[in-house]
Design a protein. Sequence first.
Length: 149
Amino acid sequence: MSHALVIPSKTDIALRASPIEPSWIIEGNPVASNAVLSRSNDNTALTIVWECTEGTFDWTYDIDETIHFLEGSVVIESEGMPATRFGPGDVLFFRCGAKARWTIEKKIRKLAFCRTPAPPLLGLALKAVARVSRLLPRLSASERRQPAW
């Protein structure tokens, strides 16, 4: 992966096999593939393109994932969310720990933004720092560049 500050990519690239855990498959023979488009320097976030053929399977999320559906049709149900059909242009967010049942009606292709959540104590510390920084006065760009002496 590149450490460039800006990384262009396309979603219509060739994908590699990314099999679904066989014990998660409920019906059919869904075949999944993906490609990583970008990865953060600290490896806590990545963007992938993922596609899968028809079938039904359960999925457990060990990351936070925001999905933008590019093609196809899928019905997804999860605790607190009734079975809902998603297709091109729809966006869906799963928190780490979510479980969902996917029923792919027509081969889907999605863009996924994945993030590994910070450990709970680190997450609390980051929230505290953000809160304190919002309370501090903001310096203009010219104030920040002036020497302190």
